[in-house]
Ligand binder design. Sequence first.
Ligand code: NAP
Length: 252
Amino acid sequence: MIDLKDKVAMVTGGSRGIGAAASIALARAGASVVVNYAHREEAAAEVISQARAHGAKAIAVRADVARVDDVQRLFDIALAQFGRIDVLVANAGIWKRAEIERLDEKEWQETIDINLKGVYTCCRLAAIEMKKQGSGRIITVSSTAGQRGEAFYSHYAASKGGVISFTKALASELGPSGITVNSVAAGWVFTDLSAEALQDKQELEKIVAAIPLRRVATPEDIAGPILFLASDLARHITGEILNVNGGSVLCG
Ligand code: NAP
C-alpha cells in the first residue's frame, strides 16, 4: 500500500537502532536511501546491504550532524548521487545520564549540538531542496522525555522538547510549500542507546509495568509510524507529534 518508488529518503543516524529500521523500511517501500552515520562504518554497511537486498539504491555517508560543514557535505553527496531529497528522517541522537550538579557545559552542549542543532541543520538544508521541489516529508525523532521531562537527563529532555517545538514551527512555516513536518515521539525502545538501562531485569520489569501495552518497543515499532508519515497516507498530517510509546505518555 505504501509506494515510495522514485523517492529519495535521507535518514540521519541510519546505521543502528531506530534509524537502521527506518532506512530498511523506507528501502522496502521502494525509496532510495541515504544512510548517515557518525562512527560505525560496518553497521552502516550492513544497513546498505539489507536495503540493496530489497532492490533499493542505497549509500552510506559519514557525517557528524553536530557539525554544519559535515551536514552540508552529507547533502552535497546525497544530491550529487540522487538529485533530490523527498524524505528526511532527522533521527540521530545521543542519551547520556548526568544529574544536574554534574552536568557541565561540555556535556550539555554535546547533547544540544547533536540532538537539537543537528535536527535544525538537517531540516534547514532539506527545506531548501524541498521548497525547490514543491514537496517533501520531514520526520523528526523526539521522545517522551521531551513531553514530560526525564530526571537525570535534563539536557536530553531539553533537546527533545526543543525538537518538538521546532517541528511544530516548521510545520506551519513549510506547509504552504507542500512540505509536511511531523515528529515521532518514541518511548522506550530496545536499541544500543537504551541497552544498559534495559539490561537490569528488575529495572526492565519496572519500566514495562509503567507501559500500558506492557512491552518495550522494537526499532521496527518506531520505523512503521515513520514510514507512514513519509507516505501518501499521511499527506494531510503536519505538525503532529505522534506518540509511539505503548501508552506510557498520552499527550493529545
Ligand atoms: P542508537 O541505537 O544509539 O543509534 C544512534 C544512531 O545515531 C547511530 O546510527 C549513530 O551512528 C548515530 N549518531 C550518533 N551520534 C551521531 C552524530 N553526531 N552524527 C550522526 N549520527 C550520529 O540510538 P536509537 O535508540 O536508535 O535512537 C535514535 C533516536 O531515537 C535518537 O534521537 C533517540 O534520542 C531517540 N529515542 C530513542 C529511544 C530509545 O529508547 N532507544 C527512546 C526515545 C527516543 P554510529 O552507528 O556511527 O554511532
